[in-house]
Design a binder for this molecule. Structure first.
Ligand code: KIV
Length: 273
């Protein structure tokens, strides 16, 4: 089945120019990548959120390049139509430019990523430039950047005060100028996101940043309602998959205990047909 024309960074820039909204989700494995692609997702992010939703870490900080690459490989085996973006985890690009280029290169060469994402604005300029010079497209990420959780003193909405808002406007413009093909705006007031979106020619992808961004991203496990946990305000649960799974597994357990599974329909017979 043809899944349509491959999405590239060009497609996304054209979509912004035409005012077409961009749909992005995280995925961490082969099957989810196939399903998302079938549903028409345009960007798949192998986010460092995998640390929390797949690996059970408390935050994104322990995630390693190897872990991201492992999940990237699973996703790229699905050969998605969507653009595949690999997230550079904490400390894979901050210590030196050499680290940054090497690790971004590994995402592409070993994992099959078509672009990388990293967190931070103007201060990340030299690193972004070095990765771009290696011909690797970069997606920026500003606002409530989870890798800065300790610096922020928790997961707090950013850009609520005039100085913070100005800084974010400056960062977004800077990321465009330094060659990012897109920028994620996370956890900022919607009016500020609207202003930033109107001031740059690259697509803004919002998460907790309101309706006026050029596109939206969510963590797939959150929007599918996998865990029965309180989610941040910006998460819309499109399904209660966790409940569906618990109900199905409970029925399986009951069927085994009460001798209903496997019945003859699910057993092999020695009769010749
Ligand atoms: O790691 C992640 O999943 C992310 C997005 C939700 C933007 O960075």
């Amino acid at each position: 089945m043809s899944r349509g024309k491959k999405i590239t960074i060009r497609t996304l820039l054209d979509m912004k120019a035409k005012g077409e909204k961009i749909a992005m989700l995280t995925a961490y494995d082969y099957q989810m990548a196939l399903l998302e692609d079938q549903a028409g997702i345009e960007i798949i992010l192998i986010g460092d959120s995998l640390g929390m939703v797949v690996l059970g870490y408390e935050n994104t900080l322990p995630v390693t390049v190897e872990e991201v690459i492992h999940h990237l490989k699973a996703v790229t085996r699905a050969k998605p139509r969507a653009l595949v973006v690999g997230d550079l985890p904490f400390m894979s690009y901050q210590a030196s430019m050499e680290d940054a280029v090497r690790n971004a290169g590994r995402m592409v060469k070993e994992g099959g990523a078509e672009a990388v994402k990293l967190e931070g604005g103007r201060r990340m300029g030299p690193v972004i430039k070095a990765i771009r010079d290696a011909d690797i497209p970069v997606m920026g990420h500003i606002g409530l950047t989870p890798q800065s959780v300790h610096q922020f003193g928790g997961y707090r909405v950013q850009g609520k005060d005039p100085k913070g808002a100005e800084q974010l406007c400056d960062d977004a413009k800077f990321l465009e100028d330094v060659g990012c093909f897109s920028v994620v705006l996370e956890g900022i007031p919607w009016r500020l996101a609207e202003k930033i979106t109107g001031s740059v020619s690259i697509p803004t992808i919002g998460i907790g940043a309101g309706i006026h961004c050029d596109g939206q991203v969510l963590v797939v496990n959150d929007m599918l309602g996998m865990l029965d946990e309180a989610a941040p305000r910006f998460v819309k649960r499109y399904a209660e998959t966790g409940r569906v799974i618990v109900d199905a597994v409970s029925e399986y357990v009951r069927d085994i205990k009460e001798g209903r599974f496997p019945d003859l329909d699910h057993s092999y017979s020695d009769e010749k047909r």
